[in-house]
Write a protein of this length. Structure first.
Length: 97
């Protein structure tokens, strides 16, 4: 399955960015995952049709009123299909949520 992989940098942690993007993409019907990285960036995997990806990228660029997206690295990768859209929280690493 074609997967769009993004690394988003700027002021994107501790400002509701991950929740906002995850909520919007889930409502849009795309599948994938969004999570914080230890580097202060956000990593995002997105799978969907052309229109969903186009709209989803607008949400990624926009963010919340408190966030400031400075750079987005994008690549296309092949990986197995996600079953839904997931927002990974820091505690999910330790508690398997």
């Amino acid at each position: 399955m074609t997967t769009f992989h993004y690394i988003i940098s700027g002021k994107v942690q501790r400002v509701g960015y991950r929740f906002y993007v995850g909520f919007r993409l889930e409502k849009l019907g795309v599948k994938g995952l969004v999570r914080n990285l230890d580097s202060g960036e956000v990593e995002l995997f997105m799978q969907g049709d052309e229109e969903q990806i186009f709209i989803g990228e607008k949400y990624i660029k926009m963010g919340t009123p408190w966030s400031k997206v400075e750079n987005i690295e994008k690549e296309i990768i092949e990986m197995k299909e996600f079953s839904k859209f997931n927002i990974e929280y820091w505690f999910s690493k330790w508690y398997n949520f």
